[in-house]
Design a protein. Structure first.
Length: 488
């Protein structure tokens, strides 16, 4: 049985050290999560694969790492200071705050209603969503119709928390976290935690061209944190206030932008399927209708994943940002951000294709796809077991070393083998319980291979290598184990 229930998956994620609620001992912090010992390894492996694929694997790409704290002037030019906001409505009775345009933007009607029904059940202190909860959700969703722009539409919304109809008139809520540069707070040193990684790339366009001598078409990639003070958060890593993005700004000649847009849609989908191991049937493309495009976008296509909360939701987005950003920064900074093409002696403002992948959303999709529950076990024992069928390059532990016994020198030999193999990748070492139980613990966290050190190891130096997915066991030398793991 696959991971159709997010609560079951998140329980495993916390119990095994993948994801922890931030400040958990103080009751947690809304929209913030910490990566545990296994979560940070999974995240690092995912980011490493992205970097290897799109930075190291291409001759037309370089990487940067730009500042998180962003001066107000940068975000004023990009439009974020004036327009990076959402309409907020607040229940006058219980003070719950929701977005007026979408309860969860991008989720669509199914996701919106599923989330709202869960809120109704939670308020009634029920663990399961009832038909009445779904009916309430459908009623509450009625404002999200063609008539929802009427001046008093919010008055018809039933609050999922308290059941009252006392929502306030929508007002704009800027989602950026504001701060000041320097010891004294003033209007002249206002800065923000960046809401996206893109602007740091755009303001360094000329620096990269001058130092890297790249020719259009070329791209600049970055992996980094972004911060959005979302009105509504939820579904674990899906919608959070501190997120991580793997983003590319790919600069092309005007007129070639639509071809490159399609190429990057294909490239990012291929990465999700063939590198991250996501099931193709759980992915689909969604082209934004023209009336719903961002102000800078000529065209945007999302790669949506079939999450276990409300169906298909955005995993990645590929936008054609035209020349909007470079022109805006050139106008506001008074610096030349055009590009001169030697071959044609032509100067122009490049168009930008932006493939952007949410790291947290990708981790969540990887875990959902990899999770498999076997109520009767895989070996006919009748004992339930859970396996994370992670792609080997993503697994937090590439290998586990398991001495058959702690005595007779087996533990010492296992430690010696661990020392021989350690360094290139993360290796687990486990001596607690029977070998069968240790196999299951490693299966549950996605470790693709286990090495068992037994009495024969002391005689001829060979070990037993067990495959997580097939459960097949073969006898190999330690050197052969290294070769096999490295080849992956």
């Amino acid at each position: 049985m696959a991971a159709q229930n997010l609560e079951i998956l998140m329980s495993l994620a916390k119990r095994r050290g993948f994801i922890f609620p931030s400040a958990d001992i103080y009751g947690g912090a809304s929209g913030l999560f910490d990566m545990g010992p296994l979560g940070v390894e999974l995240a690092n492996n995912l980011k490493k694969l992205w970097w290897q694929t799109f930075i190291y694997g291409r001759r037309d790409m370089v990487g940067v790492d730009t500042a998180i704290i962003t001066p107000s002037a940068v975000l004023k030019a990009s439009g974020h200071v004036d327009s990076f906001s959402d309409p907020l409505i607040e229940c006058a009775n219980c003070r719950i705050r929701l977005r007026a345009d979408h309860f969860e933007i991008g989720e669509g009607e199914a996701g919106w209603q599923a989330r709202w029904a869960q809120e109704c059940a939670k308020h009634a202190k029920r663990s399961e969503v009832s038909a009445k909860d779904r009916e309430k959700a459908a009623t509450a969703f009625a404002y999200f119709t063609e008539n929802h722009q009427e001046a008093t539409f919010w008055q018809a919304i039933t609050c999922p928390a308290c059941g009252e109809r006392q929502f306030t008139e929508p007002r704009q809520f800027n989602m950026m976290f504001k701060t000041n540069l320097g010891a004294v707070e003033s209007d002249t040193n206002v800065a923000y935690l960046r809401p996206e990684t893109a602007q740091g790339i755009f303001v360094n366009f000329a620096n990269v061209v001058d130092t890297s001598r790249l020719k259009v078409p070329f791209g600049i990639g970055q992996i980094g944190k972004a911060f959005r003070n979302e009105i509504t958060v939820g579904n674990s890593l899906f919608r959070v206030r501190e997120l991580e993005q793997a983003e590319i700004e790919f600069f092309v000649k005007p007129g070639e932008d639509e071809v490159w847009h399609e190429k990057w849609i294909d490239l990012l989908e291929d990465f999700c399927v063939n590198t991250l191991g996501l099931k193709k049937e759980n992915l689909r493309r969604y082209a934004h209708p023209k009336e719903k495009l961002s102000h800078y976008s000529k065209g945007t296509t999302d790669l949506e994943y079939n999450y276990p909360f409300g169906g298909y939701q955005e995993l990645a987005g590929i936008a054609n940002r035209t020349d909007y950003d470079l022109k805006q920064h050139q106008e506001h900074s008074k610096q030349d951000l055009s590009y001169f093409e030697e071959a044609t002696k032509e100067r122009f403002q490049p168009f930008t294709i932006e493939p952007s992948l949410g790291i947290g959303r990708a981790i969540l999709a990887v875990l959902v796809d990899a999770f498999q529950d076997y109520p009767e076990g895989r070996d006919g024992s009748g004992e339930a077991e859970t396996v994370l069928h992670l792609a080997p390059k993503l697994a937090p532990y590439r290998l586990a070393i398991l001495p058959l016994m702690k005595k007779d020198g087996l533990a010492e030999k296992a430690e010696e083998i661990w020392d021989q193999l350690a360094g290139d990748y993360n290796i687990a070492y486990d001596t607690s319980g029977s070998v069968g139980k240790r196999y299951r613990r490693q299966d549950e966290v996605g470790t693709p291979f286990c090495v068992t050190v037994d009495y024969q190891t002391l005689e001829d130096g060979t070990v037993t290598l067990r495959d997580r997915d097939s459960m097949e066991q073969v006898r190999l030398s330690v050197a052969a184990v290294r070769e096999k793991i490295t080849s992956l």
